[in-house]
Design a protein around this ligand. Structure first.
Ligand SMILES: Cc1ncc(COP(=O)(O)O)c(C=O)c1O
Length: 475
C-alpha cells in the first residue's frame, strides 16, 4: 500500500475530532474509487507514524470504517477495503422510494397483482371527499395565510392541533412553539443535522435501522455507530460503550424498524438516563405509533423526558397520507433559541396550502376520527395476514414483529431472500428484501423478506399469501 494514498490534511484546531477527519477522508477515498476493493490499508502503527498522530486516533478511525462496512479487519491483523457494492442493497428498492434506475426498471416491469409494498396505506379507505373539501377551503382561505412562504416553523394553527394530538395520543406535553413542521422524516433529520451542527458527529443508530434516515445522516457527513438490537429494542449496554463518541442516538422505540419490537418502559427510562448522564440527545422516530394492535400503547419516550433530551419526530405518512409530505419535530426547550436563530434564514419547506388543509382536517375532528377508523382497518388487515400466514405455512414460516405497524418480516427457513423474491414475482406477488436496513446487507438473515400490508384488502391478503405458499413451497 502506497502510504501517499492516505495523506489527509488534518486540522488539529477543528471542532471535529482527528479520528473523524481521518475516517471521513478514507471513506471518501473509498467512495470515489481512489482506494479500491481488496486494497490493504497501512497498519495502524505505520499510518500513525506517517501522519504524526496517535495510534488511538488511527484505531478509532479504522474502527468506525469497520463498523460501517467500508473496511474489514483481517484475522491476522491488517485492514482491507471492502467492495462498495456490498454496502448497496442487492435488490430493487424494497421501499416506497425507488431510486432513478430502479424506478425506470420497475416501471418497465409488469405491475404485480399483489404488491406487498411497505409504505402503501389503505387508499381505498381514505376519506377522499372530505379531504377534497378541506383542500378547497384551504385554497379559498385568506391569501396572506396560504399564498406566501409561511412561518419558518410551520403553520401555527396546525402546530397547535399537533400539540393537542400528541398530548392525547402519545402523552407528550409540549407547546406549539416547540413544534417545527417538516416535509417528511428525511427532511426533519436533515434539518436537525444542520440546525444542531451534527455534520461531523458520530450518531449511534439501531442495527438494523431505517435506511431512509441512515442515508441522510451519511450523506450529510455524520459517522454512524451501529448499536445492536436486543429482544426489547436497542442494546443500552452497547450504547453505554459508545457514549464517549456518539453525540446522539436515533431510535424507533414504539416499533423498532424493521424488526418490530416495542421497547418496554423500563428500558425507555434507562435510555433517558443514558442521555442525561452523558449529556446526549435521543432522536425518537415515532413513525407509526397510531397502529398498535395487541396491547395498550406505551407513552412516547418524549412523554417521559424529564431531562429535556428527546427530539421527537412524527409523520403524517402513515396516519394520514404519504402524499402530503408532512411531518413534525418536537424540540427540547433547551434547543429552541439555537434553532430559532438558525431557522431565521430558512424558508418553511412544506406548502402552506397543504398545511392549512391538514389544519382544517384536524380542527374539524376528521383526523382523530380517521385515525380511529384506520386503526380498526389495519388491525383487521394485520390479523388477516397473520392468520393467512399461519394457515398456509404453519411452522414453515416465522413472522417477526407482529404487534403493530404496517409491515412485518417473514422468515422462510431453507430459502434465500433473492429466491423468495423471484418465486413470488413469477407468481404475481412482489415481496421485498429488508437487507438495506442492515449496515452490511450481508448480515441480514438470508431467508428474510419484508411484507407491507397497509395497501392490500383482506381478500387480496388472503389470496396473495396463498400464491406465496404455492410459489415457495410448491404446494
Ligand atoms: C422508521 C420510519 N420512519 C419514518 C418513516 C416515514 O417517513 P416520511 O415521513 O418521510 O414519509 C418511515 C416509513 O415510511 C419509517 O419506516
Amino acid at each position: 500500500m502506497n502510504m501517499i494514498a492516505i495523506t489527509p490534511l488534518l486540522d488539529k484546531n477543528s471542532r471535529s475530532p482527528l479520528y473523524l477527519q481521518l475516517y471521513h477522508y478514507v471513506r471518501k477515498e473509498i467512495e470515489t474509487g481512489s482506494l479500491s476493493a481488496e486494497q490493504s490499508l497501512p497498519s495502524i502503527r505505520q499510518l500513525a507514524q506517517h501522519l504524526g498522530i496517535s495510534k488511538n486516533t488511527v484505531e478509532a478511525a479504522y474502527g468506525q470504517l469497520v463498523a460501517e462496512g467500508y473496511v474489514a479487519s483481517r484475522e491476522r491483523g491488517g485492514y482491507r477495503v471492502q467492495p462498495l457494492d456490498e454496502l448497496i442493497p442487492p435488490h430493487p428498492a424494497d421501499s416506497h422510494v425507488p431510486d432513478a434506475n430502479n424506478r425506470a426498471r420497475l416501471e418497465k416491469q409488469k405491475k404485480p397483482e399483489f404488491d406487498f409494498r411497505y409504505g402503501d396505506i389503505a387508499f381505498d379507505r381514505f376519506p377522499h371527499s372530505i379531504w377534497r373539501s378541506c383542500m378547497t377551503e384551504a385554497l379559498s382561505s385568506n391569501p396572506l395565510d396560504v399564498l406566501g412562504y409561511g412561518d419558518p416553523f410551520g403553520h401555527l394553527g396546525l402546530r397547535e392541533e399537533i400539540a393537542r394530538y400528541v398530548y392525547q395520543s402519545r402523552g407528550v406535553d409540549c407547546a406549539a412553539d416547540q413544534i417545527y413542521i417538516c416535509a417528511g422524516t428525511q427532511h426533519a433529520i436533515s434539518m436537525l443535522v444542520q440546525l444542531l451542527e451534527l455534520q461531523t458527529s458520530v450518531i449511534a443508530m439501531e442495527e438494523p435501522g431505517y435506511d431512509g434516515v441512515k442515508t441522510v445522516f451519511r450523506h450529510l457527513g455524520c459517522a454512524l455507530q451501529p448499536i445492536g438490537i436486543a429482544h426489547d429494542g436497542i442494546d443500552v449496554e452497547q450504547l453505554q460503550d459508545a457514549a464517549g463518541r456518539a453525540k446522539a442516538v436515533y431510535v424507533t422505540p414504539s416499533h423498532q424498524f424493521p424488526l418490530g419490537m416495542v421497547m418496554p418502559v423500563q428500558k425507555r427510562l434507562r435510555l433517558l438516563q443514558w442521555a442525561a448522564e452523558h449529556d446526549r440527545f435521543i432522536i425518537e422516530d415515532d413513525y407509526d405509533s397510531e397502529f398498535r394492535y395487541n396491547s395498550a400503547p406505551i407513552p412516547a419516550l418524549k412523554a417521559l423526558d424529564t431531562h429535556d433530551r428527546v427530539i421527537y419526530t412524527g409523520t403524517f405518512s402513515k396516519s394520514f397520507l404519504p402524499g402530503v409530505r408532512l411531518s413534525y419535530t418536537i424540540l427540547p426547550s433547551k434547543l429552541l433559541d439555537q434553532v430559532r436563530r438558525k431557522l431565521g434564514s430558512y424558508s418553511q419547506a412544506s406548502s402552506p396550502i397543504i398545511q392549512q388543509a391538514v389544519w382544517i382536517f384536524m380542527k374539524q375532528g376528521h383526523f382523530a376520527r380517521h385515525v380511529r377508523r384506520m386503526r380498526r382497518v389495519y388491525q383487521i388487515r394485520h390479523k388477516t395476514l397473520i392468520d393467512a400466514i399461519r394457515n398456509q405455512f404453519g411452522d414453515r414460516a416465522r413472522v417477526i414483529g407482529d404487534s403493530s405497524g404496517m409491515h412485518l418480516l417473514l422468515d422462510v427457513p431453507g430459502m434465500g431472500t433473492e429466491q423468495l423474491m423471484e418465486l413470488a414475482e413469477s407468481s404475481g406477488c412482489r415481496v421485498y428484501s429488508p437487507a438495506k436496513h442492515w449496515n452490511e446487507p450481508k448480515n441480514c438473515p438470508p431467508s428474510y423478506v419484508m411484507i407491507g400490508f397497509g395497501g392490500l384488502s383482506e381478500q387480496q391478503l388472503k389470496d396473495g399469501v396463498k400464491r406465496l405458499k404455492k410459489a415457495w413451497l410448491n404446494l
